[in-house]
Write a protein that binds this ligand. Structure first.
Ligand code: 5GP
Length: 117
């Protein structure tokens, strides 16, 4: 299997520290180093996939697990009732900076309008 050479790959391999809040065989989740909301957690598949644009039909189950892990985390942390936002940045116009597919979970306060330019 290809190795994820991004900063997230280093976190997965414990070469770089992170505040890990969830992990199983296929996914890891840790707090964003520069949070954009009171709760800002990144959910990352351990399989190297550079972006959503690089995802393949073979990744369908993994992507489903990624979404469900974020929802489960929000529910167990008591965030679901007030609500939360899930974001996947893909490519330069979206501001993607780490080229290992990841999902942002943002919560803990009203988040305001989405997608402003
Ligand atoms: P993107 O813009 O690619 O969607 O999001 C990448 C996210 O990774 C950013 O929100 C950024 O703050 C976060 N990030 C970058 N480097 C690190 C790191 O070393 N540790 C953690 N925990 N988050 C990081």
């Amino acid at each position: 299997m290809a190795t994820d050479t991004t900063i997230f790959g280093k976190i997965i391999r414990r070469e770089v520290p992170a505040d890990i809040v969830f992990e199983d065989e296929q996914l890891i989740a840790f707090r964003d180093i520069a949070p954009s909301a009171p709760v800002h957690v990144l959910f990352v598949p351990k399989t190297p996939i550079a972006s959503l644009d690089a995802a393949q039909p073979a990744h369908a189950e993994l992507l489903g697990r990624l979404m469900l892990a974020a929802a489960e985390y929000a529910r167990t942390q008591g965030l679901a009732q007030d609500g939360y936002r899930v974001v996947v940045n893909c490519g330069p116009d979206a501001g993607q900076t780490v080229f290992q597919l990841h999902l942002h979970l943002l919560a803990g306060a009203p988040l305001g309008p989405f997608g402003k330019r």
